[in-house]
Design a protein around this ligand. Structure first.
Ligand SMILES: [Zn+2]
Length: 456
C-alpha cells in the first residue's frame, strides 16, 4: 500500500513536468496537420519573391513589415502590432569591382561584395600590394605600421573538420567581424576577406563587420571562395601582384523601423509570455529565404497551427519578426527594453535563425534543472528526426530576454548546407524545401506546446 501511495505521489509530483501519454498523440496531431499545410511555403514565396531583399532601412524592409503584419493576422493572432525601433541605414551603392594584376599580366577580375556597414573606397577605388593572412594568430606577430599601404587578404577557410558548421563559422568569422579594424590598427588601407562559405563557388557572401572608434574605418570586401583560392595561388607565384577594388557603399544614418508582433492570448496566464521568432531583415544580395525568411514564416505558422487544432495556449504565445538582426541587432534590443519597461513576465523564448533544413534538435540557455526537464522531452521528438537536445545557445534576437528570467532556445536544423547559401545571392526561395520548412514549424510548435502545457 505504501509503495502504491509513493508511486501515486510521484505521479502527482511529476505530472505537469514530464511527458504524458497524451503528449505523443498531440505531437502526432501537430505533425500531421503541419506536414499537410501548404500555406507556410506559400508565405515564404511571397516574402522572397514579392517583398524580396529587405535590409534594415530599405524600401524592402518597409514592405516586409507590412507583409509580416498581414501574415500574422492571416495566421490568427488575436492582436498584431508594430513595435518601433531605430535602425541603421547602410547602402551597398554600385556593383562592386575588383581585379588582381601581376607585373606582366592583364587584370583578372575577382568576384567581391562589400561587407555590411563598411565604408566605401570612393569612385576611384583602391590599388595596393597584398599581404595574405592564413591564421588569425599571425596578426599578433605584426608590429604597428607593418601593413602600411597594403591590402590585407584574410584567407581563413571554414574548418571542414567541425561537424557543426556554426563552429567553423564562429572561428573563421573573426576575420570578417574584426579583420578590417585589426588591419587598420596595423596601418592597412583595405581588407579582402575569404567568404565564410562551406563550399567552393563564385558567389561572395556578405555579412557585417565592426569598426573601432580608435582606428580609421577602412574599406572591406568579401571574395568568393573560388577566387580566394585563385588569389592565394597567384600570390604564391607573384608576391608583387597588385589588387584593386572599388566600392561605393555608405552608412546613411538612422531611420525608424519596426518589429512586428502577433499575440495568441493565453487562456490561464495571459500575462506570462512565450516568444517565438525569427528576423525579418535580410541581406540585400539574395532573397533571405533560409536567413531568415524561413524563421519568420515558421514562427507565424506556429500560431496558425495552434489555431487549426483549436489549441488555446495557457500562456500568451507571441510571434515576433525582429528587425535589424543582420547589421545592428536593434530589434532584439528594443524588444528586451520594452519588456523590461513594461515589467513583462517572460517564461520562454525560441528563435529559428539557422536555416530551413531538417530540424535535428534544440539548443538551450537554461538553469541545470530546467535543462534536465527539457531534455526529458527528447524521446517525444525522436520519431520526427530530432535527437540533439544537448547544445548551448539560443538566438541573437532573444538572448537579452535572459535578464527577464526567460529560458531561451534555438531551433537546431541540420547545418551541413546552410553556409553554402548564407548571406549570398544563392539564398533564394528555390533553396528551401517545403517539407523541411514544415518540419521546422512542427518541431517549434511541439516544443512550445510542451512548455505551455507542462511549464518548466
Ligand atoms: Zn539570420
Amino acid at each position: 500500500m505504501r509503495h502504491i501511495y509513493t508511486a501515486f505521489l510521484l505521479l502527482v509530483l511529476t505530472r505537469g513536468i514530464y511527458a504524458q501519454p497524451g503528449d505523443s498523440l498531440m505531437l502526432d496531431r501537430l505533425f500531421r496537420s503541419c506536414m499537410t499545410d501548404t500555406l507556410a511555403y506559400h508565405d515564404l514565396r511571397l516574402l522572397c519573391k514579392d517583398v524580396g531583399p529587405r535590409l534594415s532601412g530599405s524600401a524592402g524592409a518597409e514592405k516586409a513589415v507590412a507583409f509580416a503584419r498581414e501574415m500574422l493576422l492571416r495566421c490568427g493572432a488575436d492582436t498584431v502590432y508594430l513595435q518601433p525601433c531605430r535602425v541603421p541605414r547602410w547602402i551597398r551603392g554600385e556593383k562592386e569591382i575588383a581585379w588582381m594584376k601581376t607585373p606582366q599580366g592583364a587584370p583578372q577580375p575577382l568576384r567581391v561584395c562589400a561587407l555590411g556597414n563598411a565604408v566605401g573606397t570612393g569612385p576611384q577605388g583602391l590599388t595596393a600590394p597584398v599581404v595574405e593572412i592564413r591564421r588569425w594568430e599571425e596578426l599578433s606577430a605584426l608590429r604597428t605600421g607593418s601593413l602600411k599601404g597594403r591590402i590585407v587578404f584574410f584567407n581563413l577557410p571554414m574548418d571542414p573538420a567541425h561537424y557543426h558548421t556554426f563552429m567553423a563559422y564562429g572561428e573563421s568569422g573573426i576575420a570578417r567581424r574584426s579583420g578590417p579594424a585589426e588591419a587598420a590598427r596595423l596601418g592597412a588601407l583595405g581588407v579582402v576577406v575569404r567568404s565564410l562559405a562551406s563550399n567552393t563557388d563564385d558567389h561572395p557572401h556578405t555579412g557585417v563587420t565592426q569598426y573601432l572608434d580608435s582606428v580609421p574605418a577602412i574599406p572591406a570586401v568579401a571574395l568568393s571562395t573560388r577566387d580566394a583560392d585563385r588569389l592565394s595561388q597567384t600570390l604564391a607565384l607573384e608576391p608583387g601582384l597588385q589588387l584593386y577594388f572599388r566600392t561605393t557603399c555608405a552608412m546613411l544614418g538612422e531611420v525608424e523601423s519596426y518589429n512586428v508582433v502577433g499575440d495568441l492570448r493565453g487562456s490561464a496566464h495571459p500575462e506570462r509570455i512565450i516568444t517565438v521568432g525569427g528576423h525579418l531583415d535580410s541581406w540585400d544580395l539574395g532573397e533571405g529565404a533560409h536567413d531568415d525568411g524561413a524563421g519568420c514564416v515558421q514562427s507565424a505558422h506556429v500560431l496558425a497551427l495552434f489555431r487549426r487544432l483549436s489549441l488555446r495556449p495557457q500562456h500568451t504565445l507571441r510571434a515576433v519578426m525582429f528587425m535589424n538582426e543582420e547589421n545592428g541587432g536593434r530589434g532584439g534590443a528594443t524588444y528586451a527594453e520594452v519588456a523590461k519597461r513594461k515589467g513583462e513576465e517572460h517564461l520562454f523564448a525560441l528563435e529559428s535563425d539557422a536555416g530551413a533544413f531538417s530540424p535535428r534538435g534544440f539548443t538551450f540557455e537554461a538553469r541545470a534543472e530546467q535543462r534536465y526537464r527539457l531534455q526529458r522531452w527528447a524521446s517525444l521528438f525522436r520519431p520526427y528526426g530530432l535527437y540533439d537536445f544537448e547544445g548551448q545557445g539560443s538566438g541573437a534576437d532573444i538572448h537579452l530576454l535572459k535578464e527577464r528570467g526567460a529560458v531561451l532556445s534555438g531551433l537546431c536544423p541540420d547545418s551541413q548546407r546552410y553556409f553554402d547559401v548564407h548571406h549570398a545571392e544563392t539564398d533564394v526561395f528555390e533553396a528551401v524545401s517545403p517539407r523541411e520548412l514544415n518540419l521546422g514549424t512542427f518541431a517549434m510548435a511541439a516544443l512550445l506546446y510542451l512548455v505551455d502545457t507542462h511549464g518548466l
